[in-house]
Design a protein. Structure first.
Length: 744
């Protein structure tokens, strides 16, 4: 017999007055449960299981591992009580029972009984650790997280059976706080899980017991009234059914009928919803007519049965529910009608076929869907398959077929307070921060996952506890759009970037106004608008953006503004006309001998000359270039193809100086490439892979913006000269999906 040797061992220790974790009553109950489980599991237990378990239990007793719970329950006895519930109600077999016992005695290695036992034990331990985080169990997210943590569905079955057993045992406990907590969990967490799995008996027991402990007076009031009316209620159901059954048989219909009384919990919920007393609940029971009908005759025979019932009893037209003509979106099909039966009592009658009843009972239209508890379709399908396996009465070996790892689609993470949030797979610390609040997201500099500091791009995993770290000086950046996964975070980042751009534009405008004031020039919106247009900008925002990013020289803009003002106000003074004889025809000597002595040679040690590379065009070695003398005396080096080159030559040509590069380039220059292509998976990886293989080319940043199936990206790299740049552009163009690559 299962555990017989251990019971003998424990009794001997007890008789010798040695320290033991068991009372004589507990040993006797363990012996009886072992006998029952031996009968139930005889076909699945291994011959060596008894000996291995005896050794582990002896060790656990010697090491004081058999700790009683907060209610004073013995762990082994509790495990066996739970096992009996799980075996009888869910079909649990040897692997689940052994894993349950090991879990209860704080043993963490199930390999001694094989990999299947170890897998179930690991799931129980993992969920045990999860419960230590004090989560908010009332949420659907927590139910789904539990399912995702339990790789083997038997873990969930054990949890449900364990809570049923615990609720049975704590009736007389003095620990009222713990009793209330486990009762609330039974109602919010375990009863919905049991219903999802089709364990309706356990679900009803959990709901009724939780009501009994949480609302004692309401429970016993309803129970007493049901007991007082049971005999008459059963007689009434028989009185109602008998003539209906006779008329249906006379019509030649194949069917069966059943009456069911609502559970105490269900009646109490209805009393609260309808705000009435027990006597105000008319449908304490319902009659269900289930027809054995061929598919092509289903509707006809359902309406035929409906006609027979309503001919016999007066219907309430306001209580007709026709989900036969137009089924519910979840697939539910049935006719519901409330009729006035004998003794002028209202009775609910449900009419459906065997097929419709199977759909309803298997979960496609289970009550938890349309009574406010929602779930995800993937989990629903999985649990429906599990439910089918349970109803088929198999040995749960087919559970392996129904494992579903929710990490493929979503992750569930905790806040420090224990709230549970759901994110898509791949979501990061930054997604979490923006989910909490846009201000938290915008100032996020990193976070802590399970107490360990991580970067903002760290991905989240189910079960993580996440905390956000912020700094007031932090600001959103363009590259953040490539870090976040959720559309909510992307939208908030784009909004912040737009606001930042507008703020920087205002600051740039203020700076320009100060510069104009210093030059004794009065700022005019109309003249500035004309200036902006002459500089080639369609939008003022783009102009101020480039000014803020120093891609436009503010002194150059001031000069253009002055010229525009003079032109608009006719302030230009005509100069005296000079004779053509005063001009000599200049021969471009530099075209004869290559370059003049007045050329600025970039790369030479030019003492006393201050020159910088212009940010508007980013010239690099090999580009055709020229120099522009700024108001401050410094020289800016521009590409001859610079967007500002034409304006500079036409209006400020006297400040232009020739320039060329000296010898071979030895520096690294920054260039930005604009890449447009199809928004395909892996295309960015292919581009960056090409760059990583190039010698002496270093990538500084890449920003991608996807829309309408295309991506538009800016890639900034460091190169030595134009030859390497052109070679890189050619290679990027060979990537599948890339439509164009242009230098900015």
């Amino acid at each position: 017999m299962f555990l017989k040797e251990f019971c003998n061992f424990a009794e001997k220790r007890l008789a010798m007055d040695m320290k033991t974790a068991f009372t004589q009553a507990e040993i006797s109950e363990i012996r009886a449960l072992g006998k029952d489980l031996t009968k139930l599991l005889s076909d699945s237990l291994h011959p060596e299981d008894e000996g291995k378990l005896l050794q582990l239990l002896r060790e656990a007793m010697s090491n004081n591992q058999l700790e009683r719970d907060v209610f004073g329950q013995n762990p082994l006895l509790s495990a066996l009580q739970t096992a009996k519930v799980a075996v009888e109600e869910t079909g649990l077999r040897r692997d689940g029972v052994l894993a349950l016992i090991l879990f209860k005695i704080n043993y963490t290695d199930g390999q001694v009984f094989g990999p299947a036992v170890d897998l179930i034990l690991k799931g129980l331990l993992r969920i045990g650790d999860l419960n230590k985080k004090s989560p908010v169990v009332e949420s659907e997210n927590f139910r789904n997280l539990l399912l995702s943590f339990a790789e083997d569905m038997r873990v969930i079955l054990i949890m449900i059976a364990g809570r049923v057993n615990l609720m049975r045992q704590i009736r007389d406990t003095e620990n009222e706080d713990a009793k209330q907590r486990v009762s609330e969990e039974a109602a919010y967490l375990y009863a919905p899980l049991a219903h999802k799995l089709g364990l309706y008996k356990l679900k009803s027991e959990l709901e009724d017991l939780s009501l009994k402990y949480l609302e004692h007076d309401a429970y016993y009031m309803i129970k007493d009234k049901l007991n007082a009316t049971k005999k008459s209620r059963d007689a009434y159901i028989e009185q109602f059914i008998q003539p209906v059954q006779q008329r249906l048989e006379e019509a030649g219909l194949k069917f069966h009928m059943k009456g069911r009384t609502k559970s105490i919990h269900s009646i109490w919920q209805k009393m609260k919803k309808q705000k009435c007393g027990f006597e105000g609940i008319y449908d304490l029971f319902a009659i269900r007519i289930i027809l054995d009908s061929p598919l092509e005759k289903e509707k006809m025979q359902c309406w035929q049965a409906f006609s027979i019932v309503t001919d016999m009893y007066q219907p309430n037209p306001k209580r007709l529910r026709d989900w036969l003509s137009v089924p519910k979106t979840n697939g539910y099909e049935s006719l519901h009608i409330t009729v006035l039966g004998p003794e002028k009592k209202w009775v609910e009658v449900q009419i459906r076929t065997e097929r419709m009843d199977e759909i309803a009972e298997r979960g496609l239209a289970a009550h938890w869907r349309y009574k406010g508890v929602k779930g995800d379709s993937g989990i629903d399908e999985w649990l429906t398959n599990i439910r089918t396996a349970l109803e088929a009465g198999d040995d749960l070996q087919m559970m392996d077929q129904f494992k579903m790892d929710l990490y493929d689609d979503e992750v569930f993470v905790f806040t420090p307070k224990g709230d549970l949030l759901k994110f898509p797979k791949g979501a990061t610390i930054l997604d979490f921060a923006y989910h909490i609040h846009s201000r938290i997201g915008s100032t996020c500099v990193g976070g802590k996952i399970n107490g360990k500091v991580v970067a903002i791009r760290q991905q989240l995993h189910s079960g993580d506890t996440v905390e956000i770290l912020t700094q007031s000086t932090q600001k959103p950046r363009q590259e953040w759009l490539n870090i976040v996964k959720t559309s909510r975070a992307k939208a908030k980042i784009r909004l912040s970037l737009k606001e930042t751009q507008q703020k920087e534009g205002r600051l740039a405008k203020e700076m320009l106004e100060r510069k104009l004031k210093n030059k004794k020039l009065e700022f005019s919106e109309s003249i500035m608008a004309h200036t902006i247009k002459k500089l080639g900008f369609k939008e003022a925002s783009d102009f101020y953006k480039q000014l803020a990013e120093e891609k436009l020289d503010v002194n150059y803009v001031v000069e253009k503004y002055a010229e525009t003002r003079d032109y608009d106000l006719n302030l230009n003074t005509p100069t005296q006309t000079r004779s053509a004889e005063e001009y000599n025809f200049d021969v471009a000597e530099d075209q004869k001998r290559g370059f003049s002595d007045d050329e600025l040679v970039i790369g030479r040690d030019l003492k006393g000359i201050d020159y910088t590379l212009a940010k508007c065009c980013h010239p690099i070695f090999g580009d055709d270039i020229f120099g522009f003398v700024t108001v401050s005396g410094g020289i800016k080096i521009h590409r001859t193809t610079c967007p500002n080159a034409r304006n500079l030559r036409e209006n400020l040509g006297y400040r232009i100086v020739k320039a060329r590069w000296s010898g071979k380039g030895s520096s690294q220059y920054s260039i930005t490439l604009n890449i447009v292509g199809n928004d395909d998976i892996g295309i960015v990886n292919n581009i960056t892979s090409i760059i990583s293989k190039e010698e002496k080319i270093m990538m500084r940043s890449i920003n991608i913006d996807s829309h309408d199936g295309l991506f538009d990206g800016h890639l900034t790299v460091m190169v030595e000269d134009t030859n390497r740049m052109e070679s890189l552009i050619k290679k990027i163009k060979t990537v599948k999906g890339v439509k164009s690559v242009t230098r900015i």
